[in-house]
Design a protein around this ligand. Sequence first.
Ligand SMILES: C[S@@+](CC[C@H](N)C(=O)[O-])C[C@H]1O[C@@H](n2cnc3c(N)ncnc32)[C@H](O)[C@@H]1O
Length: 280
Amino acid sequence: MSLIREDVKFGLKKLFKIMGIDVRRGKRRRKLMLKSRVPVSKIKSLMCKRGLALNESGRPTWFYSAYYREDSDPLTNYTLDFICEEVPKESNILVTGCGTGIMLFYLIDQGFKNVEGFDFLDKCVLVANDIAKMGKYNTKIWRDDGFNPSLQKKYDLITAMHWVFSAWAGNYGNDCVSIQEAKSLETRERLLFDFLSKYSPHLNPGGMLIVELIDAVADYRLPSDSLSGIVTTVSDIYPVRHTPDQVSKCAEQCGLKVVSYNMCYSYGHQPRTSYVIKKL
Ligand SMILES: C[S@@+](CC[C@H](N)C(=O)[O-])C[C@H]1O[C@@H](n2cnc3c(N)ncnc32)[C@H](O)[C@@H]1O
């Protein structure tokens, strides 16, 4: 009997979820965040056309699946809400590692007037520009290397979400930092210092850099304790990790100050922390 009750409860929970009702909190879930003015079906066709839908093994790429992510990553939700609430709409915003532009277009849809971005992969840049054209978005999206960007101006906000830690691990065609090297505190600080020092000169006074990093708590975390259900046996995934103290130290060396940070361990392979870092 209790098994049947449990099964029915689970079925109802699933049904409520589909209907947009959060059973735990007894209230309607927040509106889906990452809706773009170009329909996802059109974006998917563009990805197929540009060869970005499938990877070498014939599986959907991260970029393709990202459109199912919706509002399931609390850190992305928090960061986007923070930007919408704290950043004036006329600000000059740069989205680094923008992929196909999900967040870039989201910010424009929220009323931000000066948003531009770049990505390392040509195919992403092509698809993002296709979407911009189709949705009549007023923006500029180009190819650049976020570890050595050739920036011409200063910004009020620069975001580096969901890519730096992965690039340090050698993904997306970046040079890989070996596991051994990545475990050294000196290497971690040097990599972060190098990264921050590239962007600090391109922030207006009081401007903000938001960067997402793997938290060093991952060094002693059990690999199977993720609430997201993604159980990885590879504890070395994304080995370049930082403590809040290290981030503060590197930021200060670059004329920046960490003003807030939030960690998320319920989504993704490792606990990630998003830092809001201000130009002094
Ligand atoms: C997981 S996706 C995240 C995309 C987007 N930031 C988001 O959160 O939806 C990582 C992105 O970082 C980009 N990337 C990786 N290395 C980069 C680099 N060195 N410079 C610029 N972009 C890079 C990849 O091409 C990819 O589009």
